[in-house]
Design a protein around this ligand. Structure first.
Ligand code: NAD
Ligand code: IPM
Ligand code: MN
Length: 356
């Protein structure tokens, strides 16, 4: 039988993206050896430094074609606002999500033993949710424009695009996921003010919920939902949200479980006709870049999500177990978790704990 082999585009990007992807790549190499498959990584050098040598473009014009043949893309983080405007640097990420039809973004948030929530009196397991973020439309389509830039007459229009097809498929994905979890789905809405788009989201929820009678489904306005994440995070299981709402909720959820440095994500093309993309929720953290102290766990967990997606579920579970051991043990942790360890020391500790 031919050995299982996966071609992964490794896209470290900027700032701490480089440090955390290096640790995730070491962990991937470690588990793949032990589980008898090969991870062929091909690094791409794109990002802000690359842009400096290439006319201010963070990626080559044909970057999507370069990435298309891969089984998956593993990304660190993009963005160095002091070098290049964020909307230029981040445009390739949004394009990958859209053009590779990665319309589902999964962002799990679990309060783990050994970590501390900033919320008082929360114990492990009190937060255990997955944000299912619509990842291809909404506020992120780039539709709009700006005229008279810089003048008092300046006008900018940013159009949010929501389609019935896009909303229905993300809701159904959320319902299917809820069925395999605690059968509870919450949809973020704002239909009291967004009288076209979010009223349509509400209508589509009502139209599809009947197909999932075993799932308890409800909707909450996004402002109240932000409040309830803090007040009663235990009430949430699967949270389905539009692109921008999901973006904001996922940083909040990361904070609730102890650090954004723990929060993984998967940008999934469920049809598998283009590569999916795995990356931490966090950004390039310019405030700590170059110090070697970024928490690599979000990236390492994202690597586990990638292995799950590729079908290497035993190896994925092994990574999750090793991360859980590291957190429970608590002696090797980065400063965001009140430790003194470096990124590499945390990577070493997790590598050592694989299969323990
Ligand atoms: P950020 O997520 O980079 O950082 C927010 C805060 O969290 C910072 O204080 C940072 O030090 C801390 N933090 C983040 N990840 C950490 C980790 N692994 N370990 C320890 N601490 C961590 O968000 P920001 O400051 O708003 O953005 C910085 C840059 O990253 C910007 O250019 C932004 O556009 C970009 N960004 C990129 C992505 C991405 O590539 N997917 C995501 C978010 C932000
Ligand atoms: C994320 C990031 C991106 C987003 C930015 C950097 C474009 O915040 O992945 O959460 O808004 O989707
Ligand atoms: Mn974000």
């Amino acid at each position: 039988m031919a050995a299982r082999r996966y071609r992964i585009a490794l896209y470290p990007g900027d700032g701490i993206g480089t440090d955390v992807t290096a640790e995730a790549a070491r962990v991937l190499a470690g588990v793949s050896r032990r589980h008898g498959f090969f991870v062929d990584t091909t690094a791409v050098p794109w990002g802000c430094l690359w842009a400096r040598e290439h006319g201010g473009h963070p990626v080559p014009a044909d970057f999507l074609e370069h990435l298309r043949p891969f089984d998956a893309i593993f990304l660190g983080a993009l963005g160095m606002p002091a070098m290049l405007p964020d909307h230029v640097t981040l445009a390739p990420l949004i394009r990958m999500r859209q053009e590779f039809r990665q319309y589902v973004c999964l962002r799990p948030a679990v309060l783990m033993p050994g970590t501390e929530s900033p919320l008082a009196d929360r114990k492990p397991g009190d937060v255990d949710m997955v944000i299912v973020r619509e990842n291809s439309e909404g506020e992120y389509t780039g539709a709009g424009g700006c005229t008279h830039a810089g003048s008092p007459e300046e006008i900018s229009v940013q159009v949010a695009v929501h389609t019935r097809r896009g909303v229905e498929r993300i809701l159904r994905y959320g319902f299917e996921l809820a069925r395999r979890r605690r059968q509870c789905l919450t949809m973020a809405t704002k239909s009291n003010a967004l009288n076209h788009s979010m009223v349509m989201w509400d209508r589509i929820l009502d139209a599809v919920r009947g197909d999932y009678p075993d799932v308890q489904a409800g909707k909450v306005h996004i402002d109240a939902l932000a409040m309830l994440f803090v007040r009663t995070p235990e009430a949430f299981d699967v949270v389905v949200a539009s692109n921008l709402f999901g973006d904001i909720l996922s940083d909040l959820a990361g904070a609730l479980v102890g650090s954004l440095g723990l929060a993984p994500s998967a940008n999934i093309n469920p049809d598998r006709d283009c590569p999916s993309l795995f990356e931490p929720v966090h950004g390039s953290a310019p405030d700590i870049a170059g110090q070697g102290v970024a928490n690599p766990i979000a990236a390492i967990r994202s690597a586990a999500m990638m292995l799950d997606f590729l079908g290497e579920t035993d190896a994925a579970r092994e990574i999750e177990r090793a991360v859980a051991d590291n957190l429970r043990h608590g002696s090797v942790r980065t400063p965001d978790l009140a430790g003194t360890a470096t990124t590499v020391q945390v990577g070493n500790d997790i590598l050592q704990r694989l299969s323990d």
